[in-house]
Design a protein. Sequence first.
Length: 255
Amino acid sequence: MGQKILWDCHMHSSFSADSETPMENMIQAAVDNGLTGICFTEHLDPDYPETPENLDFSLDIPAYRQRLFELADAFRDQITVNFGIELGLQPHLSESFSGLLKEIPFDFVIGSSHVVHGYDPYYPSYFEGRKESACYMEYFESILENVAAFDEMDVYGHIDYVVRYGNGKAEGYSYQKYADEIDEILKAVIERGMLGCGKTPQTELNQAKQQAAEQVAKTAKSGLAQLQGKQAQFKVEEGRAYTGINFPSTSVIVP
């Protein structure tokens, strides 16, 4: 039986600084492609460094929430639309993020590393004057710092974000080269249940996340020998849900 993506839970619309696409266009595209449900996870990156484009990664949460609920109602007979967020993690932001999640009942929360000690690896300045391997190492270590400071998200996003933007464009990157660091990250997120059942109310999505967590834990226990490639997406067979989560250096198909 072929695999089919039923859910996408990592989506950014024009409410995020790095997207210009209207939310309604993305919902219609999801409907046209036969998805059962989607979850918008707009960016919130407080204390983000200045950029050449003067990007503003703050988020007007009330406006975002109102528009999403309007569209969720308009499309209710065609697709489920959930209310999520992607938090740009830095250790000193943990208290404010914790307060935000207590105040606002998001369906799904992604925690991600976009800023490493004041720099975003998206920009060349992060790599200037340094070996690419040292830049990768610092990024992975910063993830452990973030997880130690804050673990209230449902999943950790795109753990190999830094690899996309190095001068070699992943040419010198492999799981084996950074196995110790990646293993520690995997153990940390698994121990904290970030891939277990989260806040989302959909039973199918919870089941998919739980199965994905069990599969990753099983892989980690066996030495993570199958972790290869640059990015992963957890999928489940038709009749279940798709988390749309990016995960480092592996591709896990949940049976």
